[in-house]
Design a protein. Structure first.
Length: 558
């Protein structure tokens, strides 16, 4: 036996490719030729453009991050150094004051006169230096010897601070927030005699206006922020935008970053980029931050430029692909869309039969078919809402129109009248002259009704020999006039049944009801008009009666 060839014929390969590729395109929603061409053109433009934009974006973001790191870490480092320098300068000033003859000599003598001289000296020093709020001299027994304030304040140092001062070291207190929301800090230096004996401490309470001035020099933008914070994130002093407190998780992230810029959210909800540097010889930290919108402004500009470029490219390529699609598949696409609309019930379709050839002829045949379908549906719709005998609206159309008018009358606070009329002794007429003559009577009544009402009114055959007239925006007085006109017009209409014999006439009994006086719904209005109709019949027929109010009808029903 001859072995079968392992090579698949090209025709089969093409069939496999068309089948599988068609399934994939269909699953992606690319069923039409035009959408396929447009998608391929867009992808051919979009993929390289996106790749280039992504590489450029990464490089620029890396460069901007490096610039931010340099800017923010430099600002935070400078703020930390300036803060420590300010503290050292204040401690140096205190040591100079404490070594003054006025302090050491007067504290040793400890007389009322020397205390006064010491108090005057502390007051003059405090007045000359703006950073000091209060200066106080405390003896070795922790009693206040003298102070710049009339009533010296209490010191808030923690731990064995006096022992620390006795050893010659300065003492730094924790920042404190007063009633005025201003933050102050206490510091103290030892006072020693000329022989080196420990006499007490000179304590000072300082405000941070000096540090705040230094921090302002590190703020370059309107929304930039620089602050000195405590280990818990409480802000000691700040400059620039609002810096109420630093969230603990943001503080931990900044500390882990080690002077590297990181993104975080402030307690007021603003997204910022910041860096942290520790203040030397303290547990404070200096934080510099700028809003993320400002930090990444250049990146946003790059994104916008890239997006604009992509949009322009897509617009150009899309326009070319669209034009090509118009030339290739526009006629077929129009026919496909039109067929879909017709299948969905939309017959308002008209294909342009431009050009020539089979497609133009097919468009003409399609338009003729749709026209016939449209005419057939219009006739069916007319028959579905029209009484076959009289040509008036049937009960179905009447109920829909009446419901709509009730809602409109309720919305605009207008009146709506409903007239119900019945041909008097119609059964006797039918029995005497036959059903064809009865049908002719109904048609004559329908003609009279059309003559007596407006174009906006609705006249319908309600059933049998009953008719109903709906009069929008019509009060009771005008409804009574229309009802009387209908009654009189019917009575005056003389005719010969079956085309011969003596002239006869018929009469109608009419009842009318008005919204909202006699009813506020379709059912209650019809019921009120129907009861008024029977009131006309009971009163002798060939007359018009108005509906009674709902309360009276309910009482009569009981």
């Amino acid at each position: 036996m001859r072995r079968s060839s392992a090579i698949i014929p090209p025709a089969i390969l093409r069939d496999i490719w068309e089948t599988r590729a068609g399934r994939v395109l269909s699953a992606l929603g690319l069923d039409s030729v035009r959408s396929t061409i447009l998608t391929l053109a867009v992808l051919a433009t979009l993929i390289p453009a996106l790749a280039t934009s992504a590489i450029s974006y990464r490089q620029n973001r890396r460069a901007i991050r490096a610039k931010l790191n340099q800017q923010l870490s430099g600002a935070s480092n400078q703020a930390a150094r300036e803060t420590r320098l300010w503290i050292n300068e204040r401690l140096y000033d205190l040591r100079v004051f404490a070594s003054s003859y006025e302090v050491s000599e007067n504290i040793e003598r400890s007389s009322p006169q020397t205390r006064k001289r010491l108090t005057d000296y502390l007051g003059s020093v405090k007045d000359r230096f703006a950073d000091y709020v209060e200066l106080t001299v405390v003896g070795t027994d922790l009693r206040t010897v003298a102070g710049s304030a009339k009533v010296p304040g209490k010191l808030h140092f923690a731990g064995a601070w006096l022992q620390q001062a006795r050893q010659g070291d300065p003492v730094l207190g924790d920042p404190m927030r007063g009633d005025s929301a201003s933050v102050t800090m206490e510091m103290a230096v030892p006072i020693q005699s000329a022989a080196g004996r420990f006499l007490g401490v000179l304590a000072a309470r300082l405000k941070f206006s000096g540090i705040e001035q230094l921090l302002r020099e590190e703020v370059h933008g309107r929304e930039d922020r620089v602050a000195i914070v405590q280990p818990g994130g409480q802000v000691i002093v700040s400059a620039g935008g609002t810096f109420a407190a630093l969230p603990r998780d943001a503080l931990r992230e900044l500390q882990r970053a080690d002077s590297t810029a990181v993104s975080f959210r402030m307690s007021d909800g603003l997204d910022v980029v910041g860096a942290l540097s520790a203040v030397p010889r303290s547990d404070w930290s200096a934080v510099a931050a700028i809003p993320a919108t400002s930090a990444f402004l250049e990146i946003r500009r790059l994104q916008i430029a890239t997006a604009v470029t992509l949009v322009v490219l897509l617009a150009v390529v899309g326009s070319l692909a669209y034009g090509l699609g118009l030339l290739i598949v526009r006629p077929l696409e129009r026919l496909s869309l039109a067929s879909t609309r017709v299948a969905d019930g939309d017959l308002e379709v008209d294909l342009p039969a431009s050009g020539g050839g089979e497609l133009s002829k097919l468009a003409g045949v399609f338009n003729d078919m749709v026209k016939r379908l449209r005419e057939s549906r219009a006739e069916l719709e007319r028959l579905s809402v029209t009484d076959a005998l009289t040509g008036l609206a049937n009960r179905r159309l009447l109920m829909a129109e009446l419901a709509r008018e009730v809602r409109r009358s309720e919305r605009h606070s207008t009146s709506l009248a409903v007239l119900m009329l019945d041909v008097d002794r119609f059964k006797r007429f039918n029995d005497t002259y036959g059903h064809p003559a009865g049908d002719a009577v109904l048609n004559r009544v329908a003609t009279t009704l059309r003559k007596c009402v407006r174009d906006v009114d609705t006249v319908a055959r309600y059933g049998g020999e009953e008719f109903l007239v709906m009069l929008p925006e019509t009060p009771a007085r005008e409804a009574a006039q229309v009802a009387e006109r209908i009654r009189a017009g019917t009575e005056a209409d003389r005719f010969a049944p079956n085309g011969g014999g003596a002239l006869l006439n018929i009469t109608v009994s009419v009842g009318y009801a008005v919204y909202p006086e006699n009813g506020k719904t379709v059912d209650t209005l019809i019921e009120a008009a129907d009861q008024a109709l029977y009131k006309s019949k009971e009163a002798g027929r060939n007359r018009v009666s108005s509906a009674a109010p709902p309360a009276a009808r309910a009482k009569a029903g009981r």
